[in-house]
Design a protein. Structure first.
Length: 319
């Protein structure tokens, strides 16, 4: 009997995945691996490996005896050594489309809340201050230029929503011709143009060696004073130390973050001392609908691997 091993999961239930796999005639095991060695031991003879946040390293991958696919139940695959999987001719599969609309909505929520300084007004009212003066100055959202770094599926949904607010939208993508997407109201820009001209910058690039800490001291120096920074991609894209400096100087007027460098809420994180930083716990993707789509998609991809069928999304081109 073929077997599917899930190294870790932070879902309330994986019964949808289990049922799909067992209905396909395979066994399913959910682990709670705490080390690389444990991951290696549990996955060594797996026909399919599923993972959430666990690191699927080269050692893990080279230890796999008969793996047909490594499947990440998310968009990013930065916790998987994709090169090692490619070297071993193992497809790396992701699920990029389960929560796009939810994340796009989260970006708009962040942008509006920061622009209207809702966090300041809320705090002042709770202190008994019934006045808008503490939030001054606030400028109309329609006067803003919004810059999108990366123009994949989520970013494109954000771009489709923004023109209805009257915003100017700039978009940069290193690999995709922005103009070829054909979204009205979006102007193709260079990376530096997005940094220089945007009042709000929203990050939509994957985390890799090229993008790690790309938003750093040098990038901040090119931005407008008082820029709003939004990140719903990966925390490692921003140098958090440099962001703290930019917040302290006023270069960044607000930072809205759904992700941090670590997948945890460390109360000692220096970012948490700023009252103009909004942090949500990597929850932009979440809605009950997106959870249902995600779990079903993970199960479906596992079954495709077991049956030798083509996957919907393969990030390393291995079929």
């Amino acid at each position: 009997m073929m077997n599917v091993v899930m190294t870790d999961a932070q879902y309330e239930s994986v019964e949808i995945i289990r049922k799909k796999i067992e209905d396909a005639g395979a066994s399913f095991k959910l682990c709670n691996c705490q080390s690389e060695e444990e991951i290696m031991r549990e996955t060594e003879n797996a026909d399919v490996v599923l993972c959430h946040f666990d690191q699927i390293t080269r050692r893990v991958i080279e230890n796999l005896k008969k793996c047909k696919a490594i499947i990440r139940g998310a968009v990013g695959v930065d916790n998987i050594d994709v090169k090692a999987a490619t070297d071993c001719r193992i497809p790396v599969v992701n699920v990029p489309d389960y929560g796009r609309a939810d994340i796009a909505d989260h970006v708009l929520m962040f942008a509006l809340a920061a622009s209207k300084k809702v966090f300041i007004l809320d705090e002042e009212v709770k202190k008994g201050q019934w006045t808008y003066y503490s939030a001054k100055p606030v400028h109309r959202f329609s006067s803003k230029t919004v810059g999108l770094l990366g123009f994949g599926g989520i970013s494109q949904l954000v771009a489709k929503r923004l023109p209805s607010f009257g915003c100017k939208v700039l978009a940069y993508d290193a690999f995709l011709d922005v103009d070829s997407v054909g979204i009205d109201g979006v102007t193709k820009a260079t990376y530096d143009e997005v940094l220089r001209e945007s009042d709000i910058i929203s990050i939509h690039v994957p985390l890799n060696n090229e993008t790690r800490k790309m938003i750093n001291k040098d990038a901040f120096s090119k931005m407008k004073d008082g820029v709003i920074l939004i990140n719903t991609a990966r925390g490692g894209i921003i140098d958090e130390g440099d962001l703290c400096d930019a917040l302290s100087s006023g270069k960044v007027s607000a930072a809205c973050l759904d992700v941090l460098e670590t997948e945890s809420a460390d109360v000692n994180n220096p970012l948490f001392k700023f009252d103009n930083v909004i942090v949500t716990p990597h929850s932009a993707w979440y809605s009950e609908e997106s959870v249902d789509i995600l779990l079903n998609s993970i199960g479906d991809e596992a079954v495709r691997a077991l049956r030798g069928e083509a996957h919907r999304h393969v990030v390393n081109g291995i079929r």
